[in-house]
Design a protein around this ligand. Structure first.
Ligand SMILES: [Zn+2]
Length: 369
């Protein structure tokens, strides 16, 4: 796609211009509208990343953007690396040490220990150890609700009584729960080659629930998540990926109205907003400006090369900034759109203030908050 290649080239120009911090803008930079110095000035936070390793050039890119990240662990039994928590923990802690306060840990636990009689006790022990080493949040993943089964072969939902003491413990430690529960509606529908997530379900049939009629429906999974939020009013719950209500802003608004302890991140779902009418999305974000937190779902896997990862991250940050902060007309992942041009105070909440509020400790004192 030549248009896209040109856009990426322009973005690359902006980034290198920014790296050198020149006082003036080049004409091209102003035209492209993606001057990320305004983003960097916010001390932005990306609360949804999966970084398994570090690299000096990767760190330099984050430094140029002043980007703070929350590094999220999760147990995925379909992924050789994510299967096991301990090595993930060690890799994350190494990267976090190297980032000197610009990266913080969101830990997790192994849900596949569920049928162990000491599951809750052992889980809390592991989490408490991670809390004492600086973890500020805990992630539960979609395998709860969509894969995990109890001893009787029944699917386990997130409001299972065996999980409740764990939520209470997270709340007691004043940590935040990130809940990635369910998936976009497409996972429960006949495959549609024009769907936004078509290629994902083609490549990951294990999460294509349309083919698994015996598994819980999306509404059941979200109802269980809502139940956890309601049962634990002091627990901050952040629904990953717009709370999996990326195609249903009305349903999401209802939840946000009902549960003051519930917020959502934008990770990997900005494209769902892009294809909706901009005035509707803009009004939604303005109304819930304290409850939407910027996140990407960007990763740095063990087998990835730093230059590729750096390009991917830069492009994503530039694309999202262009969508939220500017009025540019441009292509977002192949979809022509107009930037929302959100007011500066709302941009500040999206990229910084809300992360600080919903994730206490995300910026350490080291970072002069
Ligand atoms: Zn993620």
């Amino acid at each position: 796609m030549p248009t896209r290649a040109r856009t990426i080239f322009l973005l690359a120009v902006c980034f290198s211009a920014m790296a050198a911090s020149p006082p003036e803008h080049s004409a091209g930079e102003q035209e492209s509208g993606v001057d990320l110095r305004a983003l960097a000035a916010l001390e932005p936070v990306d609360i949804h990343t999966h970084v398994a390793k570090g690299d000096p050039a990767f760190y330099a890119m984050l430094d140029r953007l002043h980007m703070h990240i929350l590094d999220i662990l999760l147990v995925d039994d379909h992924d050789a690396y994510r299967k096991e928590l301990n090595s993930q923990r060690q890799d994350a802690q190494r990267m976090i040490r190297e980032r000197h306060g610009y990266a913080v840990l969101c830990t997790s636990f192994d849900p596949f220990q569920f049928n162990n009689p000491d599951f809750a006790m052992l889980t809390m022990r592991g989490l408490n150890q991670d809390f004492s080493h600086g973890a500020i949040a805990v992630k539960i993943w979609k395998n709860i609700g969509m894969e995990l089964r109890d001893q009787n072969g029944r699917y386990v939902l997130s409001d299972d009584p065996k999980l409740e003491p764990i939520y209470r413990d997270i709340s007691r430690h004043n940590r935040t729960l990130i809940a990635h529960q369910a998936e976009p509606d497409e996972a429960w529908r006949a495959l549609n080659p024009n769907g936004l997530d078509y290629s994902y379900y083609k490549e990951h049939p294990v999460w294509y629930m349309y083919a698994k009629p015996e598994a819980p429906k999306k509404q059941q999974i979200l109802a269980a998540r809502d139940h956890v939020v309601a049962q634990n009013p002091k627990l901050r719950v952040v629904g990953a990926h717009l709370g999996s209500m990326e195609d249903d802003l009305r349903g999401l608004a209802e939840r946000l109205d009902r549960y003051p302890n519930f917020a959502v991140d934008t990770a990997a779902r900005v494209i769902h907003l892009v294809v909706m009418p901009s005035d509707k999305v803009r009004a939604f974000i303005l109304k819930y400006q304290e409850r939407i937190i910027y996140g990407t779902d960007l990763g740095f896997a063990k087998d990835e090369a730093a230059p590729d990862v750096i390009n991917e991250w830069q492009d994503q940050y530039a694309r999202d900034w262009r969508y939220f902060a500017t009025r540019d007309i441009f292509e977002y992942e192949g979809h022509k759109t107009g930037g929302l041009g959100l007011p500066p105070e709302v941009i500040r909440k999206l990229y910084h203030d809300n992360a600080v509020h919903w994730f206490p400790g995300i910026l350490t004192p080291h970072n002069s908050e």
